[in-house]
Design a protein around this ligand. Sequence first.
Ligand SMILES: Nc1ncnc2c1ncn2[C@@H]1O[C@H](COP(=O)(O)OP(=O)(O)OP(=O)(O)O)[C@@H](O)[C@H]1O
Length: 330
Amino acid sequence: MIEANGLTKRYGERLAVDRLTFTVKPGQVTGFLGPNGAGKSTTMRLILGLDAPTSGTVTIDGRPFSKVAYPMREVGALLDAKAIHGGRSAYNHLVCLAQTNNLPKSRVGEVLDLVGLSEVARKRAKGFSLGMSQRLGIAAALLGDPKLLMFDEPVNGLDPEGILWIRNLMKALAAEGRTVFVSSHLMSEMENTADHLIVIGRGRLVADCTVTEFIDQNSELTIRVRTPERDRLAGLATGKGGVVAHDGEDALRITRLGMTEIGDLAFDNQIRVHELSPIQASLEQAFMELTKDSVEYHAAVPGRPAAGAIADAAAVATEVVSGAIQHGGR
Ligand SMILES: Nc1ncnc2c1ncn2[C@@H]1O[C@H](COP(=O)(O)OP(=O)(O)OP(=O)(O)O)[C@@H](O)[C@H]1O
């Protein structure tokens, strides 16, 4: 279990991590989400003691990482896949790690098999593609058979087969009762992998909830109605407080009114309805909506104010949303 309490990291003027308090529990995959520059890697480095917090604490099973007696047996981490000695073979790289951490050499063959690198084990790591390096990094993380695993953007550089493989691996590790903490800036990836989500924006906690809660709290249900009397129904729905948009010649998209209300409204006014269907926003849309104000770099959009202005104005909105979610989600 990872417990962060008021965790804060400042680099000069930049507050990279801002009073983060959260718990990562065993037996499930916890997705750590946030747009680029949100503070995910910094938080992971703080957990692993690679950087010291400016204030606050973070512990692994109740102890700071520096007090963990056999680090590789307790925590396996993949932070930067390319941070390996390129002149060594994959096999030698893992053997060195095993020896310096008092782990049996036999474990090297096992993890190479597990990540599918046995055939290239004797090749130098500097010739490895990013995907192969990711697999080698995962092999190193698994070497000590640790009960806690942390992966920073593990699907980077992996092809679709590799992505599916790592997704299943993370789920299997969690099913064995391990704590699995994985960062990504891609909500679509986490939607398929994580049970629980910790979302940050500009270093601050934005959401701490299950995937289902996240969708429910951050996406508005839209109802699509197809009717030959589009404009009459639009007027009636607006009168009832609905927010209405046209969706082609004969259809509307309505929010703020439920499906039953819209159906009854049409029936009471003898309007024929040819389709009445719910459209739930995807997790990706919910995530973009929630964090749009806390991304570090915005691409310029013609006709819109400068990125800084948008980000500043909306940082306040993010705080409001954050409060609502944290209180509503528990
Ligand atoms: N060593 C450092 N010195 C100064 N600033 C830093 C340092 N490390 C990170 N930062 C800044 O802290 C903020 C958070 O960076 P971090 O890499 O933790 O974000 P991230 O969520 O992992 O982003 P990404 O998805 O792009 O990797 C950024 O503004 C970054 O520029």
